[in-house]
Structure formats: C-alpha cells, structure tokens
Design a protein around this ligand. Structure first.
Ligand code: AMO
Length: 440
C-alpha cells in the first residue's frame, strides 16, 4: 500500500492507510498503548495493542498500516493538526531501529545546555523546536532571493578560496593550496564587485570564513552572508535598497511561517519608518537618553546597539534602525570616503532588535583611488590584480550590502546564542566535534 502523509490522514476517516515516520512519544497503558508518529507534514496518534508495541522506542523509523478513526469528542486534541483523528494500527513494521537515546526527545521543549545540543547535533536537529529554527531560516533565504530577483539581480556563485584577504585584518583561515598559501574568503565581496560590470546587479548566498579570535554569542567562524551589489547607484538609493530587502525578507517569513513563529512566542516585527542616523547622531542619542558617553568611539558597542534599537522602537515604532557614516579607517579598503568629509565614509549598518545584521557601503569605483586605498592599508595591489581589472576597464558608481543569515535568524527568534541559528556551527572550540577531544 502506498504511503499516506500524516496530514492527509485528516481526509481519510474510515479508510485504511499506511504511514511512515519517526516515533516521537510512546505511552504505555497496560494492554494497550499509543505512539505519536511524525513525518515531514505532522504528527499523528497511533493506537496499538501491547503486542504491536513490542520494544519500539523513540526515534525508531516505523511503517504502520491501519484505519483512520475519529476520536471521541472528549479526546480531541485542539493543539494538534490531526487532533480529531487517530490511526488504529493493524501492522507495525520497524524500518530502522534507533539506539537508546542520550536524553529525552519526547518533550515539547528540548531542555539541553548548548554544548549537549551541539554534541548530538544530528539528533537534536530532529526535534521540532530545533527544526523550526531552520524552517524559518529557509524562509529568510527564500525571502531574500525573492526580493533580490524582483530588484533584477542575477544570482551568482563565487569562489571560497582566494589568495589575499577580502576584508583586511588578520582574521583569515589559511589553506595549503598545492604548496602555495591561499585563504578562505572572508566574504564574497571582491567577486560580487567584479560581477557588477557583467550583470549590473547581482546577489549571492555565500560563506564568510572568519578566524574569529574570541568566543562570543554573536560570532561564528563560518557565517552565511546574503549579499547584493548594484551598479549605477548613489548612497541614498543604497539605503532605500537594503531597507527594502530587509523589510520584504522579514515580511516574507511572517507570511510563510506563522505556525513555526507562534511556537517561539514570536512578537510581530515593528515595521515603522526606519530611522536613519549617522554614527555620531546615534552616539549623541545614547549619551542623552542612556547616559553613556561613547561619542568618540569608532563603532557602536553591543550595549549601544541594544539601546539605539530600544530608542528606535519607542520613538519610531521600528525594530530596524540604519546607522551611517562610520569612520573611514574602521571600514574595509573598498569603502568610499564621504567626499564632504573623508574622515567618515559612505558606509552603513542595519540593526535589528539590538544587533547589527547588515553592513555595506558605496564603493570606491575609481581605479587609481582604489589602488591608493589598498596601499594605504599596507596591502599589496599585486594580490588584487584580478579584482582591479574590473575597475581598470570601466566600473560604474556602485555599492552593496550583506546580511548575516544566522544573526537575522537569531534576533528574529530572540535566541540566546548564534550557534543555535547555525545547523552545524563552527567556532574556536568546535568543528562538528569539540576540538579539545582531537589528538594534536
Ligand atoms: P561584514 O564583515 O560587516 O561586512 O559582514 C556583513 C554581515 O555579516 C554578518 N557577519 C557575521 N555573522 C556571524 N559571525 C561572524 N563572524 C560574522 N561576520 C559577519 C553580520 C554582518 O553585518 N563585505 C562586507 C559587506 C559589504 O560591504 O557588502 C562584509 O563582509 O550580520
């Protein structure tokens, strides 16, 4: 008999069906018992006699044939999509036996410490509470791709091994490339820029490899970036563009995942008009409203980000706030200094619910100015030969931005740690397994 998906059983009352999936819960009541079985569409309660239950345990993969029956009124479960029915089992076949579990997977909330959650990642990802994070993340990706395509961007796939560093700084992973030293790309930056004279507008989803020297709740050693790059744009237009992409992406998730979001006690995103502040204006507000004087700092610190978002929500009804004009020395070499005051740059960050989720800038598009900028940072133009070709042979005014996928997921769901928003997080201490357990 062919497989019926669990959610479709709602339309099969009185009919015989075969379902397959994973046992989530087993409840024994003497001579009878129940299994909750889950597939990709939902969960169903299965009634079994004790002989059919045998030694079935949670996470066993089963195939069950039986009749779909309506539940008596008082046994209806309004919290379950199949709560009005149950499957009365006739045959139960175990397709794959699960080993004894290291912890209880049958609870609604998986109450585990982060290290355990990650040590058993292949297992914990199966729990609906964890899985939902990544269903929502998938909707973020879908929303980003949708709005980027609507903006006429072409999707590109870029290399992840390069010769120099793409963002500057020492946070690069080095790789031995046929006896030569190469690096893992810190971002898709240089490639997306090179493709502006090819397509004018591009977008990509790419890994950013960052040899982060510390362990924080908001940094990964491999992050996922959702990037756009546009030719023939000016600064103000870029602000409109990333605010649009961010807003539309978040709205897409709210439309696509109401069920999953509800399980996180999700508060709808406040989409008031996004305030735009220069870094110095933001620091002035933090000084006046929160009493912390960081007016000479070159960037916002984590508490500043939290405070300025609080302010934006209170005064503008917006969970998003745009910060512009960071000091030129603080930004990557390709960032355009503000022609009116080159100490500051035509750069921006987007903050969401207390955390930077995006950064970007208008770029230097003049070849000579770019070569100078590379040299002024102590880097060698020879290492950027291919990149520089794109500028040597005609580059329009251009700019772009990059959203951090895991950060967006983390703050949308108010997760405590960015590792919860990465399927297989990498950090100083872990590459799938704890590095401390490896022999040197
Ligand atoms: P930046 O380095 O600011 O800019 O990165 C852009 C966005 O990516 C996310 N992000 C990270 N998330 C988790 N862990 C990390 N270690 C990490 N590093 C970055 C953040 C950040 O806002 N090429 C430029 C972007 C551009 O100018 O277009 C860049 O990489 O959400």
């Amino acid at each position: 008999m062919s497989r019926t998906l669990i959610l479709d059983c709602n339309d099969k009352i009185g009919e015989e069906v075969t379902i397959s999936g994973w046992v989530q819960v087993r409840r024994d009541h003497g001579k009878i018992g129940f299994l909750d079985v889950e597939d990709r569409t939902g969960i169903i309660q299965v009634f079994c006699t004790a002989d059919k239950l045998g030694d079935i345990r949670v996470q066993d993969v089963v195939e069950i044939t039986g009749k779909i029956a309506e539940r008596p009124e008082k046994l209806i479960n309004p919290n379950l999509e199949t709560g009005k029915i149950e499957l009365q089992s006739e045959t139960v076949t175990v397709l794959s036996k699960a080993a004894e579990l290291p912890f209880d997977m049958g609870m609604k909330t998986l109450d585990l410490q982060l290290p355990t959650l990650l040590d058993f990642r292949a297992l914990t990802l199966r729990h609906s509470e964890v899985r939902n994070i990544f269903k929502i993340q998938s909707a973020i990706l879908e929303g980003f791709r949708k709005v980027s395509k609507e903006l006429d961007c072409v999707e590109i796939v870029v290399p992840e091994i390069a010769i120099g560093s793409t963002e500057g700084g020492a946070e690069v992973f080095k790789v031995d490339y046929y006896g030569h030293q190469a690096t893992m790309t810190q971002s898709p930056q240089l490639y997306k820029q090179m493709l502006v004279p090819v397509f004018e507008r591009v977008f990509t989803v790419a890994h950013a490899y960052r040899a982060e020297p510390s362990v924080t709740t908001r940094h990964l050693s491999v992050a996922t970036q959702m990037d756009c790059e546009f030719g023939f744009v000016a600064f103000e237009e870029l602000l409109d563009l990333f605010e649009k992409v961010g807003t539309e992406t978040l709205k897409h998730v709210e439309n696509e995942c109401p069920k999953e979001l509800k399980k996180f006690g999700f508060k709808p995103v406040a989409f008031g008009k996004i305030p735009r502040l220069t870094l110095r204006e933001a620091q002035e507000i933090i000084f006046k409203e929160f009493g912390r004087d960081n007016r000479n700092e070159k960037d916002l610190n984590p508490q500043d980000e939290i405070d300025i978002c609080k302010w934006a929500l209170e005064k503008h009804g917006s969970d998003l706030v745009t910060i512009t004009h960071f000091p030129t020395v603080k930004r990557a070499f390709y960032t355009m200094p503000d022609p009116e005051n080159p100490e500051y740059s035509l750069s921006y960050d987007l903050l969401f619910r207390g955390l930077e989720i995006l950064s970007g800038s208008q770029r230097i598009n003049d070849y000579d100015q770019l070569v100078e900028a590379i040299k002024s940072r102590g880097m060698k133009p020879e290492e950027f030969e291919l990149y520089l070709q794109a500028f040597k042979y005609g580059m329009p005014p251009e700019g772009g931005f990059s959203f951090g996928l895991e950060r967006m997921t983390m703050n949308l769901l108010q997760l405590q740690n960015i590792r919860q928003a990465s399927l297989f997080p990498r950090d100083m201490e872990r590459v799938d397994i704890r590095l401390s357990t490896l022999k040197k």
